[in-house]
Design a protein around this ligand. Structure first.
Ligand SMILES: [Mn+2]
Length: 271
């Protein structure tokens, strides 16, 4: 059975975002463990927001692992982008993500590049912007390698980026730039907007898929929308997916019920 994870955000500026638990790391982790989750995915204000020692103690106590760490605070809090026009801004973005890779690396957890990828403009051009992204991801993937983890890159729906929207866009990007140690994050919410058929998209992306955001069509917890999970689970089995199913969902109707519903759907779908 693929392992389960659930998101915890400690970023006040991300209020309204798709994270199940908020603000209280200890209480959230304890509740996640109680409900049977294997891991937590952390969305933090920065690499120094949580003490490594304290988190290690919390993981020991709960038996949880860290599935991944987000880097979106670099965008949300500091307005950084890996593809900014200004080279100093790009460097600051790489530095921020590098800090998160080091933090996650302490726990064997990869970092996720989502909103930090930015977007292209008529002035910057699509291919040139993808080139900038490729340069940044190559460096960040090498840093990740020193911790024995991949770098996770997430195609986003068209309203959030114009770089890579589908899994196939992501595969083409990774292959055309010959990126190593970069895997794709398949987010079912984004995929529901962009893919022709979700199961086919998984089959075509195959071994490139390294992380899953397990959520429903409307960004509510899995089971509160109209996604059909059976063909998705079958496709994940077919490609031998070994990563997490991580709940990146709105805390709807509230955090606790979102966590309960996700676990119920997860067991039904993958159990
Ligand atoms: Mn996502």
């Amino acid at each position: 059975m693929i392992p389960s994870a659930i998101t915890i955000s400690l970023v006040p500026q991300a209020q309204g975002g798709p994270f199940v638990f908020w603000d209280d790391l200890q209480a959230s982790a304890r509740r996640a463990a109680e409900l049977g989750y294997d891991a937590v995915e952390l969305f933090l204000p920065g690499p120094d927001a949580v003490s490594v020692t304290e988190l290690r103690a919390l993981l020991d106590e709960t038996g949880l692992k860290v599935a991944a760490v987000g880097t979106g605070a670099g965008m949300v809090v500091y307005k950084l982008s890996l593809t900014a026009d200004d080279a100093a801004q790009r460097q600051a973005a790489i530095q921020f993500v590098t800090g998160m890779i080091h933090f996650g690396g302490e726990f064997g957890a990869p970092a996720i590049i989502g909103s930090m990828q930015g977007r292209w403009t008529p002035a910057s051009g699509k291919e040139a912007t993808l080139d900038l992204l490729g340069v940044a991801l190559r460096e960040l993937a090498e840093t990740s390698q020193t911790f024995g983890v991949p770098l996770i890159y997430e195609p986003l729906n068209r309203y959030e980026t114009n770089l890579c929207n589908s899994l196939l866009d992501g595969v083409k990007f990774i292959e055309s730039r010959a990126l190593e140690n970069v895997v794709l994050l398949a987010d079912l919410f984004h995929m529901n907007i962009e893919e022709v058929d979700l199961a086919t998209a998984f089959l075509n992306a195959g071994p490139h898929v390294g992380h899953l955001h397990f959520v429903d069509s409307n960004r509510r917890p899995a089971g509160y929308g109209h996604l059909d999970y059976a063909p998705i689970a079958a496709a994940l089995r077919d490609i031998g997916y070994k990563g997490y199913a991580s709940a990146e969902a709105l805390p709807w109707p509230d955090s606790d019920l979102a966590a309960i519903k996700t676990m119920e759907t997860y067991r039904k779908v993958f159990g």
